[in-house]
Design a protein around this ligand. Structure first.
Ligand code: SAH
Length: 405
C-alpha cells in the first residue's frame, strides 16, 4: 500500500508518515500488494475473522484474531525491483500486477520508513555513480533488486544489492555514501543473480561491508539472520505468534520436541528453554547455518539442527520407530505433504502445534490430521500482514486419546 503525494507530506526530502490508516493508496491499483485498500482496519480484522471461522468450522472454534495497535509500517523486510524508463529515469518499486513493468514507489505505508528512504537514496546514488539498472530482456546493466532488512530490537540494517554480475564499481565509496545518510546500516551484501529468473536472490553472496548478516531479538533470545534465511517480516506480531505457539506446546521440561520447517531455529530455540531436547529440521542451508550459530549464541545445548526435507526426515524417524512428545510445524504457504503428515501420525506426539501462513493449506492438512487421531483444541489467527489478505494462524492439535493440553 503506497501513499498519495499529499499523504506523503514530503518536505525538504523528508517523509512524514500519513496519519490516515484507511486512505486509499494511489499506487494501489498498479501495485496490487494490498487487497484491503480503503477498508478500515477494524473491518479488515472482521473479514479475516469471518474467513477463518468459516474455514475452520469443521475442526472447531476460532479465537479472536490478534490485530495490531498500529497497523502501519510493520514490514521490516522491504524489497524493490529496479529498472530504468525510456527517458533514463531510475525507478524502483514493484511489478505492476501481471506485468514486468516496474511501478516507481516513493514510500509505502506498510513498509518500514527507513528501509524506504534507503531505497530512495540508492536510486539517487545510481545516477551519481553511473551504475545502470539491469535489463531483463537484454541482460545488460547491473542492479536488479535491493532488499533491506531491519532488526526490530537491535535496529541493525542489512542492505542486499542484487546484481547481474559480481563487480560493483567503486563499491567502497558507494557504501560510504549510503552509510553517510544511514549510519544504522550495519552490513552491505552483494548477491549475484545472473540468471533469467523470477527469483529475487541468486546463490552467491559477497559481503562488502560489515559481517554479512544482522542480528535481532525475539522473545528474549538473539537471532542471526543471513540474506537468504527466512525471518518473519512483522516482528511485533511475530513475538505474539511465537508466544502462543510455545504456550500451546505446553512444555514442562521433559519433552522431546521437533521443530519442523525451523528456518533460523527461532521457535525451536524458544521452546528449548522448557524442553528436554529439540530437533530442528529445515531445507535451506543458509538458515540451518544460522540456526546452529543461533543455538551457540543463546547457550542452548539441548537443540540439534538437521538440513533436510522435513517430509523425508520425518519418514526416516518413523521408520526407525522413534517418538516425539511435541511436533511444532511451520511450513511455507504451500503447507505440508502427506509424507510428513503420515509420519507425524506414526510418531504419535501428544501435541502438534501448527503455525501456518496459508489458511487453505492449513485446513487441508487439518483434514488429514483430524482423520488420523488428532483433534483441534484451539486456533488463533494473527494479523501479521495488515492491509493484505494474508493471515498467520497458530493451531493446537491434541491426540484424541489424551486429554487436551
Ligand atoms: N519456523 C521458521 C521458518 C518458517 S517459514 C520461522 O518462524 O522463522 C518456512 C520454512 O520452511 C522456510 O525456512 C523454508 O526454507 C522451509 N522449507 C520449505 N520447504 C521445506 C521442506 N520441504 N523441508 C524443510 N523445510 C522447508
Amino acid at each position: 500500500m503506497r501513499q498519495t503525494s499529499a499523504q506523503k507530506g514530503i518536505t525538504k526530502g523528508k517523509f512524514r508518515p500519513s496519519k490516515t490508516a484507511d486512505g486509499v493508496c494511489p499506487y494501489a491499483k498498479k501495485c496490487g500488494g494490498c487487497d484491503y485498500q480503503g477498508i478500515s482496519y477494524e473491518e479488515q480484522l472482521k473479514k479475516k475473522q469471518e474467513y477463518m471461522k468459516k474455514l475452520m468450522q469443521p475442526f472447531g472454534k476460532v479465537a479472536p484474531i490478534v490485530g495490531m495497535e498500529n497497523p502501519l509500517h510493520y514490514r521490516h523486510k522491504v524489497h524493490a525491483v529496479f529498472d530504468c524508463t525510456r527517458q533514463g529515469k531510475v525507478v524502483a518499486g514493484c511489478y505492476r500486477k501481471n506485468t514486468h513493468e516496474v511501478v516507481d514507489i516513493e514510500s509505502c505505508m506498510i513498509e518500514d520508513g527507513e528501509a524506504d528512504r534507503i531505497i530512495r537514496d540508492i536510486k539517487e546514488l545510481l545516477r551519481s555513480f553511473r551504475i545502470k539498472t539491469y535489463d531483463e530482456d537484454t541482460g545488460y546493466g547491473l542492479l536488479r533488486h535491493v532488499m533491506v532488512r531491519k532488526g526490530y530490537h537491535t535496529g541493525q540494517i542489512m542492505v542486499v544489492l542484487v546484481l547481474g554480475s559480481p563487480i560493483l564499481p567503486s563499491k567502497n565509496n558507494f557504501v560510504k555514501a549510503l552509510r553517510k545518510n544511514h549510519p544504522n546500516i550495519s552490513t552491505v551484501v552483494i548477491n549475484v543473480n545472473d540468471r533469467k529468473t523470477s527469483m529475487v536472490l541468486g546463490e552467491r553472496n559477497i559481503t562488502v561491508y560489515g559481517k554479512g548478516f544482522i542480528e535481532d531479538e525475539l522473545c528474549g533470545m538473539r537471532f542471526r539472520i543471513s540474506p537468504s534465511s527466512f525471518y518473519q517480516v512483522n516482528p511485533r506480531q511475530t513475538e505474539l505468534l511465537y508466544r502462543k505457539a510455545i504456550e500451546c506446546a505446553g512444555l514442562t521440561g521433559k519433552e522431546k520436541v521437533i521443530d519442523a520447517y525451523c528456518g533460523t531455529g527461532t521457535i525451536g530455540l524458544i521452546a528449548s528453554r522448557n524442553a528436554r531436547e529439540v530437533l530442528g529440521v529445515e531445507l535451506n542451508k543458509e538458515s540451518i547455518h544460522d540456526a546452529i550459530i543461533n543455538a551457540k549464541l543463546n547457550g542452548a545445548g539441548n537443540i540439534q539442527f538437521i538440513c533436510d526435507d522435513a517430509g523425508r526426515f520425518m519418514v526416516e524417524m518413523a521408520q526407525k520407530g522413534e517418538k516425539a512428545d511435541v511436533v511444532i510445524m511451520d511450513p511455507p504457504r504451500t503447507g505440508s505433504d502427506e509424507a510428513f503428515l503420515s509420519s507425524v501420525v506414526r510418531l504419535a506426539p501428544k501435541t502438534i502445534v501448527y503455525v501456518s501462513c496459508g489458511p487453505d493449506t492449513l485446513a487441508r492438512d487439518l483434514k488429514y490430521l483430524t482423520k488420523h487421531g488428532y483433534q483441534m483444541k484451539c486456533c488463533t489467527p494473527f494479523d501479521c500482514f495488515p492491509y493484505t489478505e494474508h493471515i498467520e494462524t497458530c493451531a493446537l492439535l491434541a491426540k484424541t486419546s489424551v486429554s487436551a493440553v
